[in-house]
Design a protein around this ligand. Structure first.
Ligand code: AMP
Ligand code: GLY
Length: 415
């Protein structure tokens, strides 16, 4: 049996491990209480010390730090780019330089190190104002606002280091783009790219896209409103030039390239690249992957990917349950009701899987909240409506004090 190691400890890694475990022996490092309860072994032993045919690296941080390079140097097959490729996500300033060199359509931008020039740029721009920290900030380093005063205050906080430390000491200010957003995950290797089901995630904490940005409050796939000509435009104008630029820079990119794309009235624009599966997108992509996920990811690790589009099997919706106070100041330690011994729904619902993001287990076996995002309740269905109904039934069956979730995940698409 193929032995897979999954690196990470959130709901994305739970979903990947769950999907892989249908066709492989899986170990997760470090994993979490919910993954272990689900019968998938977790270990604190770091990936380089584990036996593996394939290692799948979930989060961006170890990729940026070069874990994939370290593993490849030992001859291990890895899903995830090396440190050079991971800079596409690790530095917004590098990303922008890369996109300009590649000729990929993206928001116009300026890079700033001091407040005076950042403020002058903002005053000369039209809303919406978009201000990003240069470094990694777990999806929370981006402010989009129509209010110039708020924008100026945010730029000041980021540049002073008070908001994100060193990650914020350079800011990128972008032209605000207007349109529908989508998450397009490409499996990349050998200069080729295969598109998984188009997905949409919901980044703001509140219904109707209100409130601050979060890591992601829910997602669905496939996004059936995305037209074939838009997919073709993304490939032609964004992906092909990116693959060519990677080759020009001598980067052998083997991993997931997740393009955050805005569909604007003037065509597709790249918002950002992530160099790994989205979270919570993985929680809907894994359940809808057609075929054997182990073979698919092994192909990526070994440089064997075919161009094209992978068809989705059915539909999936995931609803994130977050802690009281998320995202600013999440509370921990609230007891979770509705889960059984295995961390899944105590009263199972067809097609529903509960992926654990931030839970801990008490000595008495009960689960408690232990992070901002706590659980992602995913459901598959023959239709989006069915998947959505099941996901919300599952989400309602789980309760804890201060539970934060959105009621409108996939609502528009399913209506
Ligand atoms: P990023 O981490 O760069 O994807 O930014 C997080 C979120 O901020 C995106 O998913 C968008 O919703 C929003 N965003 C980022 N850049 C822009 C932009 N140039 N115009 C409008 N919204 C943006
Ligand atoms: N869902 C957004 C992200 O994973 O970055």
């Amino acid at each position: 049996m193929t032995r897979c190691v999954v690196v990470g400890g959130g709901a994305r890694e739970h979903a990947l491990a769950w999907g892989l475990s249908r066709h492989a022996d899986v170990v997760v490092t470090p994993g979490n209480a919910g993954i272990a309860a689900h019968g998938i072994p977790c270990t604190p032993t770091p990936a380089p010390e584990l036996e593996a045919d394939v290692v799948v690296i979930g989060p961006e941080q170890p990729l940026v730090e070069g874990l994939a390079d370290e593993l490849r140097a030992r001859g291990t097959a890895v899903v995830g780019p090396g440190a050079q490729g991971a800079r596409l996500e690790g530095s917004k300033a590098y990303l922008k330089e890369f996109l300009v060199a590649a000729g990929v359509p993206t928001a116009a931008h300026g890079t700033f190190h001091d407040l005076a020039s950042a403020a002058a740029h903002l005053r000369a721009s039209a809303p919406p104002y978009v201000i990003k920290t240069d470094g990694l900030a777990a999806g929370k380093g981006v402010l989009v606002t129509d209010d110039l005063a708020v924008a100026l205050e945010d730029a000041a906080a980021k540049l002073s280091g008070s908001a994100f430390g060193a990650a914020g000491s350079t800011v990128v200010i972008e032209e605000g783009l207007i349109g529908e957003e989508c998450s397009l995950h490409f499996l990349c290797a050998g200069g080729r790219a295969r598109l998984l089901a188009p997905a949409q995630d919901f980044k703001r904490v509140g219904d109707g896209d209100r409130g601050p940005n979060t890591g992601g409050m829910g997602a669905y796939a496939p996004m059936t409103s995305l037209r074939a000509d838009q997919v073709a435009e993304v490939r032609e104008r964004i992906i092909d030039p990116t693959l060519a630029e990677l080759a020009r820079r001598g980067i052998d990119y083997r991993g997931v390239l997740y393009a955050g794309v805005m569909l604007t009235a003037r065509g597709v624009r790249l918002l950002e690249y992530n160099v790994r599966f989205g979270d919570p997108e993985a929680q809907v992509l894994v359940p809808t992957v057609e075929g054997d996920l182990v073979e698919l990811l092994r192909g990526v690790a070994q440089g064997d990917v075919t161009n094209g589009v992978a068809h989705a099997a059915g539909h999936a919706v995931t609803v994130v349950l977050a802690s009281h106070g998320y995202p600013a100041a999440p509370r921990q330690g609230d007891v979770i009701a509705g889960l059984g011994e295995d961390g899944q729904l105590a009263d199972p619902i067809d097609g529903v899987v509960v992926f654990h993001a931030g839970t801990r287990r008490h000595a008495d076996g009960s689960f408690v909240t232990a992070g901002g995002r706590v659980l992602a309740v995913s459901a598959s269905g023959a239709t989006l409506e069915e998947a959505r109904r099941r996901a919300y039934a599952g989400a309602a069956a789980i309760t804890f004090s201060g539970k934060v979730s959105r009621g409108d995940i996939a609502a528009r698409a399913a209506s």
